[in-house]
Design a protein around this ligand. Structure first.
Ligand SMILES: [Zn+2]
Length: 651
């Protein structure tokens, strides 16, 4: 590194956090006084910037100790800006707008304060008893004072009981609420658990392998060590590290990470704020293949291609390490918002060596027994794929351009697998048996691409901007029977930015079956989730937001309603619960109707508890209660059910 660059790097690191100043001239989180928004206590279950299923956590989650019904307060004087209610995500949520133009958001509520609840109810009853609403209420000019009770805490939407407390700039960028005067007691330093080392080229090796390598930390007298790791070629480090606060056991994301190599600062990240447009870049901030498989959030100590988040300051190499031969000392420092910090040390022993290169030994690979084509176990990188040794037998690989330059696909056999270079200009054909094959086509982030299947006319179509980085994508379609088809979009362990079009050709038998849908198979949870699937000529079309495995399946089973119950909520409101199960496509909650004693109420759906809830602000149970319920699943299967329910006020 030149002295000039070093000075520049030091200067940028010393500058005060200017992220928020960039986004707004007038707003600064330090200027206003915020109050703690609940009487549940000053304890967090999650910090700002943690990993969620497909984005960064944009708030503090405040503990409500597994219970519902704590008071929620306006953190500052405000105008009621927006109300939303829905079955997933934030559930019941309030958005307040403060006089400096910034916002505060309170999610997963049990209910709103009486007057606000009346506003929400009047909208819902007027709009055909709809459960789901999302409404801007600026025109009401409904004023709220700091400290006023605006709601009770709950568990609506996703997750156990807690308050999701989010602050946003006037430009709707969520920022870390700890940047304000709000504080929790935290004298506990972060703790390291694991290190990851990722190969950044087909030549790279970590401990003799071209796969992602992980290592557990050792702790001696309060100091963390990852020992020595042998590497060759460019690599990227990552750290699995968490923080805690006093008195509670929750594990949090750290606020700040620094990586020094031979005492020189090479990477620095700090999570102050981001935009909603960038929030799914969580996938490239973390080591995605590990996140996808194990849910462990290893934070990359380098900036992966396609990552434009504002968290980082690095040298020109973006934290990627292509170090000269010899042993290098690496120090990783993790800090929480209150300045408690820990460091972990590592020796990287770099030894460049050249593997034998040559043309791919095609002939030897096409002999032998047929193996199941299981490309899900292969590790796909930007320019190469790593195929495990046990899957090479019986595999045929061919470039589809017969005029290809033999030098263009350099391959390595490292004893425990094969690395196959992926050529941007040509498709590569993989086959293990007559029925088992696909074409891998390299797609680039800036271009529209279509990836076809080999056996029929099915295809996946990707708009520009779908991928973070260049990637080889393959589509495999395998028909088991007229109502069961497997579709695999490889590689399954790579993130994408937005939905793409998956069009699967259906045969004449399938054409007559109106209840076929495309389902995403969620490997980790071993669950199928329904994708809104549509008929277009002789295709079944869906728009998945992930690569991976899908099934075409038939759903002819209507939802089941059982176990009706009258309950009194912690706020004194009477409700009726009915257990709802649907085997495949799931409830179409926009079509449910629910009457009790002849009065239609709102049919609220709580998917995490598998129940339908009858809500009417004036409902009080009688001794004998008549329930009339109609529900549909996503494929239109209908259930109509009546229950007679005796209510004993003594119980
Ligand atoms: Zn949250």
């Amino acid at each position: 590194m030149s002295p000039y660059r070093l000075i520049l790097l030091l200067l940028t690191c010393l500058l005060p956090a200017s992220l928020l100043a960039q986004s707004s001239d007038t707003f600064s989180p330090g200027k206003a006084t915020y109050i703690w928004p609940t009487n549940a206590g000053k304890y967090m279950s999650s910090t700002f910037g943690e990993t969620r299923s497909a984005h960064f956590h944009s708030a503090l989650d405040l503990k409500t100790w597994g219970r519902k019904g704590y008071e929620i307060y306006a953190t500052r004087d405000a105008t009621l800006h927006r109300i939303a209610i829905g079955p997933t995500g934030y559930g019941k949520v309030l958005y307040l707008k403060h006089d400096d133009g910034s916002y505060s958001v309170y999610a997963h509520l049990l209910r709103f304060e009486e007057k606000i609840q009346q506003i929400a109810d009047s909208i819902r009853f007027k709009e055909d008893y709809s459960f789901e609403i999302d409404r801007n209420l600026d025109s009401l000019n409904y004023r709220i004072k700091q400290g006023e009770v605006i709601a009770l805490s709950g568990a609506s939407g996703i997750g156990p009981p807690h308050l999701h407390f989010e602050l946003r700039t006037p430009e709707h960028r969520p920022f870390n609420p700890l940047l304000t005067n709000l504080r929790v007691k935290d004298t506990v330093a972060p703790q390291f658990s694991n290190l990851s080392v990722e190969p950044l080229s087909i030549r790279s090796e970590i401990e003799g392998s071209n796969r992602i390598y992980t290592k557990r930390v050792r702790k001696n007298n309060g100091s963390y060590s990852f020992g020595t790791v042998d590497v060759s070629g460019p690599v990227g480090l990552g750290a699995d590290v968490f923080d805690q606060a006093n008195d509670v056991y929750n594990a949090y994301a750290v606020y700040e990470l620094k990586m020094y190599v031979d005492d020189e600062l090479r990477f620095h990240s700090k999570v102050d704020s981001f935009s909603y447009a960038e929030t799914n870049q969580m996938f490239v901030d973390r080591v995605y293949p590990i996140l996808n498989e194990k849910r462990d959030g290893f934070q990359r100590l380098y900036i992966a291609d396609g990552n434009t988040l504002p968290f980082y300051k690095t040298a020109n190499d973006k934290g990627k390490l292509d170090l000269p031969d010899g042993t290098h000392s690496v120090k990783i420092v993790a800090s929480d918002y209150f300045g408690n910090s820990s460091e972990a040390n590592l020796r990287l022993r770099v030894n460049r060596f050249d593997k034998p290169t040559g043309d791919f030994p095609k002939a030897s690979l096409s002999n032998g027994s047929f193996a199941e084509l299981n490309a899900g176990n292969w590790t796909w990188f930007k320019n190469w794929v790593n195929i495990p040794g046990e899957e090479i037998e019986g595999l045929t690989v061919a470039e589809l351009d017969i005029y290809s330059d033999p030098d263009s696909h350099t391959n390595y056999d490292d004893g425990n697998g094969m690395r196959l270079k992926l050529n941007p200009a040509r498709d590569i054909f993989f086959r293990t048996s007559f029925d088992d094959h696909f074409i891998a086509r390299q797609v680039t982030p800036g271009r529209f691409s279509i990836v076809p299947s080999t056996t029929d006319k099915s295809f996946a179509a990707f708009q520009p901007g779908t991928f973070y980085d260049t990637l080889s994508v393959g589509l495999r379609v395998k028909n088991f029977s007229s109502d069961s088809t497997l579709i695999q979009v490889h590689p399954s362990n790579h993130p994408i930015k937005k939905a793409y079009k998956l069009a699967v050709e259906i045969d004449s038998l399938q054409m007559t079956n109106s209840k076929l849908g495309i389902y995403k198979y969620e490997h980790r949870r071993e669950k199928l989730s329904y994708l809104n699937s549509e008929r277009q000529n002789n295709y079944l079309v869906a728009e998945p937001e992930e690569l991976g495995s899908f099934y075409i399946l038939e759903d002819t089973e209507a939802p089941e309603l059982t176990n009706p119950k009258i309950v009194k909520r912690v706020d004194g409101k009477w409700l009726v619960y009915v257990t709802l199960q649907d085997r495949l496509s799931g409830l179409d909650y926009t079509r449910s109707t629910f009457r009790v004693n002849g009065t239609r109420g709102i049919a609220e759906y709580e998917p995490e508890d598998n129940r339908l809830v009858y809500y009417h602000p004036e409902f009080k149970p009688e001794t004998e209660n008549e329930l009339e319920i109609t529900v549909y699943d996503m494929e239109g299967n209908k259930t109509e059910k009546n229950f007679s329910l005796t209510f004993d006020p003594e119980n």
